[in-house]
Design a protein around this ligand. Structure first.
Ligand code: 13P
Length: 247
């Protein structure tokens, strides 16, 4: 099974989202792909309604650290879950940067998502400068270890890790298949060190960053990669379906 998460980010009006989801619901059919569409909060209920009869899962793109109460403008895990989301992206680099989300905050978000029975897509990845300085391994280890602090091994069953190097997001540049393979191996090693070999082997690891019709050919068969997190190339339903049908 390949896991694919479409990250809509902050795109599409309500009407555009509605026709996109209706198109995906009728046209997506691939029993080798477990597909989630991670949509803006305001479209979650619409997503649940329009995707109910399809195999596509509804996902959110973030959630609050808090459970309830005094957090004006925030959305809790309970709200997401009860509106129809099954999955949620946590720790996307755009949020880490813009909203200063750090390891501690991401750890709290993961715990809240687990409590509310949401599966998690945890995003990790180094910046261009960290990559140039040879700090990739260090950054990845720190991001995983701070995110998973205090978790029980069985809770990892509800988590997927998406390796998204920041320099590959929206740039059209992707790491080589060899590099992706090496990072995926490192991720499994970190989980093995901190939990168990079985947990390392079982962890589902996705790749994200400029996954599109052109790049998918060379990255789709990288050993150890269980799927993809797609940004820009998911926005056009036709183009996205072509990628999905090629997996
Ligand atoms: P692109 O696919 O547009 O590079 O975006 C990747 C991403 O950030 C998905 O979360």
């Amino acid at each position: 099974m390949k896991y694919v998460v479409a990250n809509i980010k902050m795109n599409k009006s309500y009407d555009e989202m509605k026709s996109y989801l209706m198109g995906m619901a009728t046209r997506f059919s691939n029993d080798k792909v477990d597909l989630t569409i991670a949509m803006p909060y305001t479209y979650i209920s619409l997503g649940k309604f329009l995707l109910e009869e399809s195999a596509i899962r509804v996902g959110g793109q973030n959630l609050s650290e808090d459970e309830e109460g005094k957090s004006t403008g925030e959305i809790s895990g309970r709200m997401l879950r009860s509106s129809g989301a099954e999955n949620v992206i946590i720790g996307h680099s755009e949020r880490r940067k813009r909203f200063k989300e750090d390891g501690k905050s991401i750890n709290l978000k993961i715990k809240s998502a687990l409590k509310n029975r949401l599966n998690i897509i945890l995003c990790i990845g180094e910046s261009a400068s960290e990559n140039k300085l040879g700090k990739r391994s260090e950054v990845i280890r720190e991001q995983i270890e701070s995110a998973f602090k205090g978790l029980y091994e069985n809770e990892l069953d509800n988590i997927l890790i998406a390796y998204e190097p920041i320099w590959a997001i929206g740039t059209g540049v992707t790491p080589s298949a060899k590099e992706i393979g090496a990072v995926v191996k490192e991720i499994r090693k970190i989980i093995s060190d901190d939990f168990s070999t079985t947990a390392g082997e079982k962890m589902r690891v996705l790749y994200g960053g400029s996954v599109n019709g052109k790049s998918i050919g060379q990255i789709k068969n990288v050993k150890g990669v269980d799927g993809f997190l797609v940004g820009g190339a998911c926005l056009d339903g036709g183009e996205f379906l072509q990628i999905l049908n090629n997996l």
